[in-house]
Design a protein around this ligand. Structure first.
Ligand code: SAH
Length: 258
């Protein structure tokens, strides 16, 4: 039975059509979010209508741009996507429900959120999706994940410069990144573009998504990421590539690591 009491299908219609099964899956996802939020603080968004508008619809607005730019490595294979800092599954699980053919890896640093992601994957009987309890910087140095993905997403996780350093190693050459961001982005983009060049990706667009308060930053990997990236966990956010760091703030040490 379709439970679309909140009218998600109608709200999503201008940019993404949903079948009754997909509406059901979103309804169950919404119920699990509300149930788990009572126990753990998963997301600040707790009201059902707000879950639809701010979490589901924001992710569904990425469906068209994703279709426009992302391609599998080999024709006929699924698009391999990694969602960095997915939190309670945004945009990763929402995109998986909308585009069931995606092969999705959710990466999340907080264990209790990973437990929730696993409960959603099981509760909605999703396949072709896994949740990893890890930091993006940790998997970016593993041969199994380096260059393995056609598409990277991340929402609300970090600055562009930090995201680019974490995302680029995971992408294959030609792979794309989709990063929803707020409207006031110019300064972050300036630093981000410098960081992008250092890790082998180019910024292709940063346009406003129609009828939203989101600019979608679209990147493409054009060159191999130098092996020193990503730096160790925490560094991409703490000392963003491309930022103008005062030399005096970084005393030289003989064993400074990377
Ligand atoms: N993308 C979700 C969650 C945003 S909150 C949304 O849009 O609602 C940011 C999340 O990123 C947190 O859950 C945090 O634990 C996770 N995170 C931050 N840095 C990370 C990293 N380097 N690797 C993996 N997860 C990270």
């Amino acid at each position: 039975m379709t439970d679309d009491t909140h009218g998600l299908a109608g709200l999503a219609a201008p940019f993404c059509s949903l079948t009754p099964d997909q509406i059901d899956a979103f309804a169950r996802y919404r119920d699990l979010l509300i149930e788990w939020n009572g126990r753990f603080n998963l997301t600040a968004v707790t009201d059902p209508a707000q879950i639809d508008r701010r979490l589901f619809l924001d992710a569904l607005r990425m469906v068209e741009p994703l279709r426009a730019v992302a391609r599998p490595r080999t024709e006929g294979q699924p698009i391999r996507m990694v969602d960095i800092g997915t939190g309670a599954g945004f945009p990763g699980i929402a995109l998986k429900i909308a585009l069931p053919d995606l092969d999705v890896t959710l990466v999340e640093a907080t264990g209790k959120k990973v437990q929730f992601l696993e409960a959603v994957i099981a509760g909605l009987s999703l396949d072709g999706i896994v949740a990893m309890h890890a930091r993006a910087e940790e998997i970016g140095v593993l041969p199994r994940y380096r260059g393995a993905f056609d598409l990277v997403t991340a929402r609300g996780v970090s600055s562009l410069a930090a995201l680019f350093e974490m995302a680029a190693p995971l992408l294959r050459i030609g792979g794309v990144g989709l990063f929803p961001k707020g409207l006031d982005l110019d300064e972050e983009l300036t630093v981000g573009r410098r960081a992008a060049r250092m890790v082998g990706i180019g910024v292709e667009a940063s346009d406003l998504i129609p009828d939203s308060e989101t600019r979608l930053v679209v990147t493409r990997k054009t060159a191999e990421t130098p092996p020193q990236y990503p730096r160790r966990p925490g560094m991409p956010a703490r000392e963003p590539l491309g930022a103008l760091v005062k030399p005096a703030a970084r005393p030289a040490t003989r064993h400074s690591g990377r």
